[in-house]
Design a protein around this ligand. Structure first.
Ligand SMILES: Nc1ncnc2c1ncn2[C@@H]1O[C@H](COP(=O)(O)OP(=O)(O)OP(=O)(O)O)[C@@H](O)[C@H]1O
Ligand SMILES: [Mg+2]
Length: 468
């Protein structure tokens, strides 16, 4: 058995649970890729152009998009921008018959994780998708002890952390508010781990994912025969908590009829399982989380005001990442260590974060907050082949970076300089990476003389040893 067969066997069904969208106007390629990737165990859909692709992605998004560049109706590069804007965490791989270094650089700048030219080798695509898919799964499955792993150095976050410690020792309901990816679930687990009831269960439920009737049986339990398919009775989460924590995530999506039922449970600490005639007493501490403005929702009547009072005896508000700039670098270093342990061979050197990578992180807007930063670092560790992570590896896209720099105080000349420098840096880094730090080779590839190439390197303080 050769090593490729071993690899194939090992990766068989590895990607169960990963969703992939293949986009190409050529039916043969589309079907070929769909067949190839389905064999990895992933759930694969396909589309013939960018517009069909956005339809096929649906509101919940997909994990990985593999797209051609030249397509009718909506090109691959427009699709890449649209995907990155709506789903910054989706991994995009560009496959194209028209590979130039410029198109590769602009796709990577716009956030693509990888660029491959056609005709491609099936085993190469399989290996790349397996690797990226496994890191999607690793990120999803990660559940580490919460308390010690909250990184907080910025004063804004230190204040939050202090409140978390104080709140943990009480039994009152806590409402955690913050935009997507700010760490609400992590804080909820920390509250439980720091509480006196830390050895009791932590029961989490995402209320947005369940219909009203499912929520009721999930939280309150049901008797045998209560509905079709209920062939045995089941305890609800409130009862299973046995004095521990019930964590209700995305509470703003809770159906309004269920809001009244929950209010009663909070008032009485009694639940009536579906199909039961008697109520039973339950002991729990409630933590809820929301990424919506619940106060505004109570004003429009979408959320019950009396329920909000009950849930939010204590409120913990997690600031968006841009409002705690002091956390960006420590978080990046933390995720780098964590991801290197997951993604690199044992004993392999962990790449360093370059100054331009840190600058790019500081000026990015982070719509996906900490989760987006975690993803950017993970992507960089996978994409970077040298010893140094530079801005280009992070795939933050230059739109958001530009919008930060384009404040009125920057003159046309100054802004032009910023753009040119960024372009030069990414271009030179990429060339040095492909040539393993060989300056003559890199210069030839770019069509520059060795002297001109070196001059740019000096101006930008780029060291060839970082790529050797
Ligand atoms: N301060 C932090 N220190 C270390 N890791 C963090 C921190 N904040 C968030 N994370 C990590 O970032 C990721 C996103 O956090 P989490 O799932 O808690 O966010 P969330 O606010 O619940 O997001 P959503 O609203 O999308 O559900 C997780 O992997 C989490 O471990
Ligand atoms: Mg969450």
């Amino acid at each position: 058995m050769n090593s490729d067969t071993v690899l194939e066997k090992k990766s068989d069904q590895d990607l169960a649970g990963v969703s992939i969208l293949v986009v190409d106007d050529e039916a043969d390629i589309r079907q070929g890729l769909q067949f190839l990737l389905t064999k990895l165990g992933a759930e694969v859909r396909s589309a013939g152009d960018g517009i069909e692709a956005l339809d096929a992605i649906g509101p919940e998004g997909v994990d990985i998009v593999l797209t051609d560049l030249m397509m009718p109706n909506m090109s691959g590069s427009d699709l890449l921008l649209a995907v990155k804007e709506r789903w910054p965490l989706t991994t995009v791989i560009v496959l194209t018959g028209f590979g130039t270094i410029q198109s590769a650089v602009s796709c990577i700048q716009a956030g693509a994780a990888h660029f491959m030219t056609k005709p491609f080798d099936n085993s190469e695509v399989r290996r790349l998708v397996s690797r990226l898919g496994r890191s999607v799964l690793a990120a999803r499955a990660k559940s580490r002890p919460a308390v010690g792993s909250i990184i907080a150095e910025d004063p804004a976050m230190l204040e939050v952390l202090e409140l978390v410690h104080r709140a943990a020792k009480t039994k009152v309901p806590v409402l955690i508010e913050g935009a997507s990816g700010t760490g609400k679930e992590l804080v909820a687990k920390a509250l439980h781990d720091l509480s006196h009831e830390k050895d009791r269960p932590f029961m989490a439920v995402n209320t947005a994912a369940l219909s009203e009737s499912l929520l009721e049986s999930e939280l309150f339990g049901h008797t045998r025969g209560a509905f079709t398919g209920a062939d045995r009775s089941k305890e609800g989460l409130f009862a299973q908590a046995k004095g521990g924590t019930v964590f209700l995530d995305e509470i703003s999506s809770m159906p309004s009829a269920f809001q009244s039922k929950l209010l009663r449970v909070l008032q009485e600490h009694m639940v009536r399982p579906v199909g039961a005639s008697e109520e039973r007493a339950v002991q729990f501490r409630l933590i809820a989380a929301s990424n919506q403005d619940l106060d505004a929702m109570t004003r429009t009547g979408a959320f019950r005001e009396d329920l909000l009072y009950r849930l939010a005896v204590l409120r913990i508000v997690l600031p968006p990442l841009t409002e705690r700039p002091g956390d960006i670098e420590p978080l990046a270093r933390f995720f780098l260590q964590e991801c290197a342990a997951d993604c690199l061979e044992p004993g392999a050197a962990i790449p360093e974060l370059s100054t331009d990578a840190l600058a790019a992180m500081r000026s990015h807007r982070w719509p996906g907050n900490v989760r987006e930063l975690q993803n950017a670092i993970q992507r960089a560790v996978i994409v970077c082949r040298g010893s140094r992570i530079s801005a280009i590896h992070l795939g933050l896209g230059n739109r958001s970076q530009l919008s930060q720099n384009s404040a009125e105080e920057l003159s046309y000349q100054a802004e032009k300089q910023v753009v040119i420098e960024r372009f030069q840096r990414e271009f030179v880094n990429r060339a040095l990476e492909t040539s393993d730090g060989n300056i003559s080779l890199a210069a030839t590839q770019c069509g520059l003389t060795r002297a001109a190439f070196q001059r740019i390197m000096r101006q930008l303080k780029i060291d060839r040893h970082d790529f050797a």
